[in-house]
Design a protein around this ligand. Structure first.
Ligand SMILES: [Zn+2]
Length: 374
């Protein structure tokens, strides 16, 4: 077995850590920055607080970002960075501001638009990039420590990730206090995304030792704390443990990537608007049962190390967690009505990430799965 591991993001973790952001800006040599955030965080005052902690170095902000950000959002953000003469940016929010900011910072010192890099093959260059500090407000995507930005080009109708070593944030500030106001439904969905990252990176054909120990650590935390964070939003310990799980799961999938459930989640989100984590969870229990049959006993060990009798008991717990937290369990619940829609879902699920799945799956296998959760 051979493997490589790289994690260039400096992680600052803990309650109240955002108050130290000024020091972190000093460390990266930032003088004049832009705050990239969601509209909600701009309107509810959290953005203002972060600006205050940045010590007067935020010259502008940008919040015109839709969920599943578009290349147009990125180009607008780039325009603000260039007009401001920004030498750094702070991304505040969930996956969308993070992904938008990551792509914008990567080309901020250049002159081109993002489409040239996103789908037309122009390489990202470290010379065109400015540093970014990621401040997540949900525990889920792990985007704050990856170099991946998933963007949608509306004109071409393409949603695909962009990634380059120059796109890693310089630092991630993970402050669990910021997640206290996350509503239960979002806590459930983003928490199940963490679980999918942990489990899928573990069984990915690209798995490797450092990441798999992170997978196990993160999964155990989710099984222990997610439901508590869902039922007791103010429980700071539960929030802290889920924030820890999220970032450790981010390390877990940063190199091995994800597999079947993530491949199938994309059309569930794009066609039926299912939130990302909930979409991954729709097939996660099915994939646990299916992959447990085909692998060499690793998944059994993983399930036992998480405290379950076997992989099937772990899959049952995932099903139960989804049920208890009101997540979609069947395709009819999300609005899939006709048989042809299952064909289309199957076709769009044949994503490159399926190649990372430990059991090889073809069109008929995926269709059978969708039929089973009709
Ligand atoms: Zn995910």
């Amino acid at each position: 077995m051979t493997w490589d591991f790289s994690m260039p993001v400096k992680i600052h973790f803990g309650c109240g850590k955002t108050r130290e952001i000024g020091k972190i800006i000093d460390e990266i040599g930032g003088k004049r920055g832009v705050l990239v955030l969601s509209k909600t965080l701009k309107n509810n005052g959290v953005g203002e607080k972060i600006k205050e902690y940045c010590g007067g170095r935020i010259a502008a902000d940008f919040c015109d970002i839709r969920p599943n950000p578009t290349t147009d959002n990125v180009n607008e953000c780039v325009r603000v960075l260039r007009e401001t003469g920004a030498d750094f940016a702070v991304a505040l929010g969930g996956g969308s501001p993070m992904d938008c900011c990551k792509a914008a910072c990567a080309i901020a010192k250049g002159e081109d638009i993002i489409e040239s890099y996103h789908t037309m093959g122009k390489p990202v260059s470290a010379d065109e990039a400015i540093p970014m500090i990621a401040v997540p407000t949900t525990s889920g995507t792990g985007s704050e420590i990856t170099n991946i930005s998933v963007l949608t080009d509306m004109k071409k109708g393409i949603k695909t990730p962009m990634n380059d070593p120059a796109m890693y944030p310089k630092a991630a500030v993970v402050d669990p206090e910021l997640t206290l106001s996350v509503p239960p439904k979002v806590t459930a969905s983003t928490g199940l995304d963490v679980l999918a990252h942990a489990v899928e990176s573990y069984w990915s054909v690209l798995h490797q030792p450092i990441c798999e120990s992170c997978s196990l650590h993160a999964a155990r935390l989710v099984f222990r704390w997610l439901y508590k964070a869902y039922t007791e939003p103010d429980n700071i310990t539960a929030r802290e443990k889920m924030a820890e799980a999220s970032i450790i799961a981010g390390v877990a999938f940063s190199n091995p990537r994800t597999t079947g459930s993530h491949a199938c989640s994309f059309p569930l989100t794009n066609l039926y608007g299912v939130p990302h984590g909930e979409a991954c969870a729709m097939t996660l229990d099915y994939f646990i049962r299916l992959n447990a049959k085909g692998d060499d006993g690793r998944i059994e060990c993983f399930a036992r190390d998480c405290g379950f009798a076997d992989a099937y008991a772990m899959a049952d717990e995932v099903t139960e967690l989804k049920r208890k937290m009101g997540m979609a369990m069947t395709l009819s619940q999300i609005g899939v009505k006709a048989e042809e829609e299952i064909e289309e879902l199957t076709r769009l699920s044949m994503h490159p990430l399926l190649k990372n799945n430990p059991v090889k799956l073809d069109f008929d296998d995926i269709k059978k799965m969708y039929e089973a959760i009709k």
